[in-house]
Ligand binder design. Structure first.
Ligand code: ADP
Length: 497
């Protein structure tokens, strides 16, 4: 067992801050990284030490493995936390970290490699006897052969990039006649995004839900599940609302799904935090989708219902400790819902939004949590992911959690940049959401209902624009902070529009 003393966080923004929070509590020092353009973002100053990665494309900064390892060694870090995204699921990075005598806070490189590829992971999962979606994962990538396979599986079909992620390279094909054209465009997109155009085919499950099981394993052969999260509310295959428990999962189904998840972690001798994603069909049958071998964006939802600190558990596991509980002791209490706040304009086809954040609001209700990578005055650019923050609310029941989150979204303004917060509020307010009818095509099905009530919204936009103009004027006239705060309070009066 080796106590970790200093962690280098190979990531940025809210997840870097999240890791620091736990490290501080555990008395562990942290090292953060930032690029030249991020100098005024909070993560650039939040670590005990911070290093600039320079500027340029991501491969020169957050994806530059050698540069990051060099910094870790030079500052005497003994462990690396990869966060999510970036290098978190790159097995060569995990390998490089350990080869350099550092602890990788995550699973073994072999597990990342095995589960990182949609094809190899599905083959492994089938061997373990866990159901996966009927499909074709073969090497023969000839168009006509794939078309034959698609016919065998039966339309509708989903074409997926084998190296895929983030919904890139995915195409739904309803009819055989459309297959070859869709294959062509999926391959092109996949080559562009991942440098690899290998695809696999899957039966397209109509009206599915996305249910995932959080798992945690230590190096002493103990494997646990931390219950499910439902992440069916997605836009372009990207999760935007996540919750636990799932309104679609009965205790019998939960028992079956968690058992299947643990079959996988035991079967691959997994280590640390992971997520096993499943598709649930309308008959209650579930199928393995993929495994994420890292901490998920939506981990706060699980933290809220279990009361556990997932980053702490990751660190304990990395130190070679036993996980400090039995499965029976882990309880799923109440209901938590998370939304992802993006700098984008839902009223203009979700175009990314940039600008200076004048003021960030904060949630005032109990059991709410804002994991945010920005502070007032920060610049939002298009260089990084448009996610500004995650907002989570916990309550005794799902309905109360949705209500609380709705109120909190109203409070968490990001003045100066457009965000999707009102769009998220409309989702949380839809009767279909509140009834738990949460299928993956939810936002598409209700797109008309999710549009803003235009008259009201235009009025609000106008009011906001004039307020901002007024505030700018005040600023340039050298008005005091008190006056600005007073103006800010007066804007709060608009909140209920
Ligand atoms: P990625 O790795 O690109 O995120 P996933 O395989 O995890 O892709 O799938 C992302 C989402 O796509 C799922 O949450 C689900 O909404 C949808 N999806 C994936 N596979 C299927 C399928 N076979 N049938 C229906 N929907 C699917």
């Amino acid at each position: 067992m080796k106590k970790i003393k200093k962690i280098l966080i190979a990531n940025r923004s809210e997840i870097a801050l999240r890791v620091i929070q736990t490290a501080k509590e555990m008395g562990i020092k942290t090292v953060t990284l930032f690029t030249e353009e991020e100098i005024s973002l909070p993560h650039a100053r939040a670590g005990d030490e911070s290093f600039c990665l320079g500027s340029g494309p991501l491969r020169e900064t957050y994806l530059n493995q050698e540069k990051i390892i060099k910094i870790a060694k030079s500052c005497g870090a003994d462990a690396v936390h990869p966060g999510y995204g970036f290098l978190s699921e790159k097995s060569p990075f995990a390998k490089l970290v350990t080869e350099n005598g550092l602890i990788f806070i995550g699973p073994a490189a072999e597990s990342i490699e095995l589960m990182g590829d949609k094809k190899t992971s599905k083959i492994k999962i089938q061997q373990l006897g866990v159901p996966s979606i009927p499909g074709y994962h073969g090497d023969n990538q000839d168009g006509l052969h794939l078309q034959q396979e698609a016919k065998r599986i039966g339309f509708p079909i989903l074409i997926k990039a084998s190296a895929g992620g983030g919904g890139k390279g995915m195409r739904i094909v309803e009819y055989e006649t459309e297959f070859l054209a869709a294959l062509d465009s999926a391959k092109r997109e996949s080559l562009n995004a991942f440098g690899d155009d290998t695809v696999l085919l899957e039966k397209y499950i109509t009206s599915p839900r996305h249910i995932e099981i959080q798992v945690m394993s230590d190096s002493h052969g103990n494997h646990f599940h931390l219950f499910e999260r439902e992440c069916s509310i997605q836009r372009r295959y990207q999760k935007i609302v996540e919750e636990s428990p799932s309104p679609a999962v009965s205790s019998e189904l939960r028992a079956k799904m968690t058992e299947a998840a643990l079959k996988i972690t035991k079967g691959i001798n997994y280590l640390g935090a992971g997520t096993i994603e499943f598709i649930l069909d309308t008959n209650g049958e579930f199928y393995f989708l993929e495994m994420n071998t890292r901490l998920q964006v939506e981990h706060p939802v699980t933290e809220m219902v279990t009361g556990l600190d997932l980053v702490k558990l990751q660190i304990l596991v990395a130190q070679g400790e036993n996980l400090p509980f039995t499965q029976k002791e882990i309880k799923q209490t109440g209901h938590a819902i998370e939304v992802r706040l993006y700098a984008e304009n839902p009223d203009n086809d979700f175009l990314p939004s940039i600008g200076t954040i004048q003021k960030i609001g904060s949630p005032s209700l109990r059991h709410t949590r804002l994991d945010c990578g920005y502070v007032d005055g920060n610049e939002v650019t298009i260089s990084f992911d448009p996610m500004l923050a995650k907002l989570v609310a916990w309550a005794d029941t799902r309905e109360q959690a949705a209500h609380k989150l709705n109120i909190s979204l109203n409070e968490v303004v990001f003045l100066g940049v457009k965000t999707n917060r009102h769009y998220l509020r409309r989702i949380l307010s839809l009767p279909e959401f509140l009834e738990g009818a949460t299928y993956t095509h939810f936002v598409k099905t209700y797109q008309e209902k999710l549009k803003p009530k235009s008259a009201n919204n235009q009025a609000l936009a106008l009011a906001l624009a004039s307020y901002l103009f007024y505030k700018k004027e005040q600023q340039s006239n050298g008005q005091s902070i008190d006056q600005l705060n007073c103006a800010w309070s007066s804007l709060k009066g608009f909140r209920n529009i």
